[in-house]
Design a protein around this ligand. Structure first.
Ligand code: ITT
Ligand code: NA
Length: 230
């Protein structure tokens, strides 16, 4: 089977391909799904994956990744608005905003949403699976929860809706420190995010996957997926 990764971001695809090497093929698919307004990455990703799977048709499952950088001293900003802030303010100026703060801790979070016909439609998928190794933090903006904007489907609604597809979500987080930009690899905010002495832009894809939010979410995904696709 081929997993259709619906994203405009090649960096995400490269990381998923490297991680899923030998498990499944990953194809990048351009489809502009609706990014619902929510402070929950899980809701945004789950909604996007469901919409993309239904709109694209076909059998192959769909993966959507919604990510963000959450800066502790800035109350979790830019969080779900990270892509918009990267495009408007830019990575260097976000660093300068953090530079003025004593606390430069930040974390990356991602939620992978997988939509496929084999996922039970009654799956309680809006609460992402998270690895046990990940210590949950209590920053309000990070705790995935159902927002009012996405009404969870109830089973009677789904019985009436043959088009409904099951969605399963997988979350990953990594905590680090913001630093002046260093490194040529990775993408997005990687040059200003330091983990264990290296920025993520100074790491190879494999090194980044070993510690990153996306790598952790992919690990959760693989654990779940491997059971179903021997
Ligand atoms: P798609 O929505 O098309 O998948 P995107 O780049 O817009 O691609 P997001 O909506 O998830 O992705 O935006 C997340 C923002 O955070 C965006 O600015 C990314 O560059 C950045 N980002 C996401 N993952 C990252 C990572 O692993 N390292 C550094 N920055 C990352
Ligand atoms: Na996006």
């Amino acid at each position: 089977m081929t997993i259709r990764f619906v994203t405009g971001n090649e960096g995400k695809v490269e990381e998923a391909r490297e991680y899923l090497d030998g498990i499944d093929d990953v194809e990048q698919v351009a489809f502009d799904y609706t990014e619902i307004q929510s402070d929950s990455l899980a809701d945004i990703a789950a909604h996007g994956a469901r919409e993309a799977f239904e709109a694209l048709g076909g059998e192959d499952p769909v993966l959507v990744d919604d990510a963000g950088l959450f800066v502790d001293a800035l109350g979790g900003f830019p969080g779900p608005y990270s892509a918009y802030v990267e495009d408007t303010v830019g990575v260097d100026r976000l660093w300068r905003l953090a530079e003025g703060e004593e606390n430069r801790r930040a974390r990356f979070r991602t939620v992978l949403a997988y939509a496929g016909s084999e996922v039970p439609r009654t799956s309680k998928s809006e609460v992402p699976r998270t690895s046990k190794s990940e210590v949950p933090r209590t920053s309000k903006s990070e705790v995935p929860r159902n927002s009012k904007s996405e009404v969870p489907r109830n089973s009677s609604e789904m019985e009436d809706d043959p088009q409904a597809v099951g969605v399963e979500t997988f979350a990953g987080t990594v905590a680090g420190t913001l630093v002046p930009p260093r490194g040529e690899g990775g993408f997005g905010y990687d040059p200003i995010f330091e983990y264990n002495g290296q920025t993520m832009a100074e790491m190879s894809t494999a090194e980044k996957n070993a510690i990153s939010h996306r790598g952790r979410a992919l690990a959760e995904f693989v654990e779940w997926y491997a059971d179903r696709h021997e």
